[in-house]
Design a protein around this ligand. Structure first.
Ligand SMILES: NC(=O)c1ccc[n+]([C@@H]2O[C@H](COP(=O)([O-])OP(=O)(O)OC[C@H]3O[C@@H](n4cnc5c(N)ncnc54)[C@H](OP(=O)(O)O)[C@@H]3O)[C@@H](O)[C@H]2O)c1
Length: 260
């Protein structure tokens, strides 16, 4: 397919690389950051612009990968009648694009994407479209770059999915960041925890996370918990989170079959 990418951040970069690797032709990349857009254009052997008014009108698909809140602003004067136009945001309704084209939709990659990624990760794609042409075009494009999962998901389903994604990815990563800082302050090596992190993540491929829960909270080891809390007096933010999560783990109903 002939594709125009609007945006030059993380999602634009990774999706563009995947489109390129799948043999699609990226006709143009448009980004307000001229340096970032031209670096990606150079990588994909295409052209860039930082003006939406200069958009190439010969593509079949237009992917808008800009910050959620920038979408309404940047499409204000964009008119691409007859073209398939999709944004990449989970939590923004597809109707935001209804004045741009009669074939609008969403192309949401459910993956944590960073421009600096070394390899191209597996990316499940959740697509949506106002009509069959849009849906089938985006579905075909998704299958060309995803070996894992391609699923149609409307606005409500994507919004709900995004909440779960934030919890398992962004919140978990924030806990890693807090633990890393705690280790730094206490003279510990955070990297010693990597096998534990990997084992916990990989165990839930085969069992429910509620059954995989271990640790002092689920065992109700009160003395150990108190020792941890005493030591965390110097780390008030971490202490609050420790208390909140301990309470949350202990509030869940008794899940028989879990290990300790
Ligand atoms: N990263 C992920 O893991 C991920 C996964 C799935 C979906 N998404 C969705 O994909 C979209 C892009 O996310 P991202 O991670 O690629 O964001 P990002 O790396 O922060 O890039 C955002 C892009 O939007 C541009 N932009 C921001 N405000 C703008 C404005 N007012 N006018 C014009 N351009 C503007 C930025 O330009 P500058 O560089 O000049 O700031 C940049 O090109 C979002 O809707 C996000 O919800 C992200």
């Amino acid at each position: 397919m002939d594709i125009v990418i609007i945006g030059s951040g993380n999602v634009a970069a990774v999706l563009g690389r995947k489109f390129n690797a799948a043999g699609h032709h990226i006709l143009q990349i448009i980004g307000r950051n001229a340096a970032a857009a031209s670096a990606l254009a150079y990588e994909w052997n295409t052209v860039s612009s930082n003006y939406l008014s200069a958009v190439n009108r010969n593509a079949g698909v237009y992917i808008i990968a800009v910050s959620d809140e920038a979408i309404p602003e940047i499409i204000k004067d964009l008119k691409l009648p007859g073209k398939v136009v999709a944004h990449t945001a989970a939590s923004v309704p597809k109707e935001v694009l209804k004045k741009v084209t009669n074939h609008y939709g969403v192309f949401y990659p459910l993956q944590s994407l960073r421009k600096e990624m070394k390899g191209l990760p597996d990316v499940p794609i959740f697509f949506d479209g106002i009509d069959e042409l849009t849906k089938r075009t985006l579905e075909k494009l998704a299958h060309s770059i995803s070996n894992v999962k391609v699923v149609e998901a409307g606005d409500d389903a994507r919004l709900k999915l995004h909440i779960a994604a934030v919890i398992v990815s962004n919140f978990t990563n924030h806990l890693y960041a807090l633990a890393e800082e705690y280790c730094r302050q206490e003279g510990l090596d955070f990297r010693q925890l990597l096998p534990l992190i990997e084992e916990t993540a990989s165990s839930i491929k085969d069992m429910s996370p509620k059954l995989a829960q271990t640790g002092p909270a689920i065992r109700h080891d009160k003395e150990t918990i108190q020792k941890h809390l005493d030591l965390l007096n110097n780390h008030p933010q971490l202490k609050n989170i420790y208390l909140l999560l301990t309470e949350s783990i202990q509030q869940v109903p008794d899940w028989s079959g879990r290990s300790k």
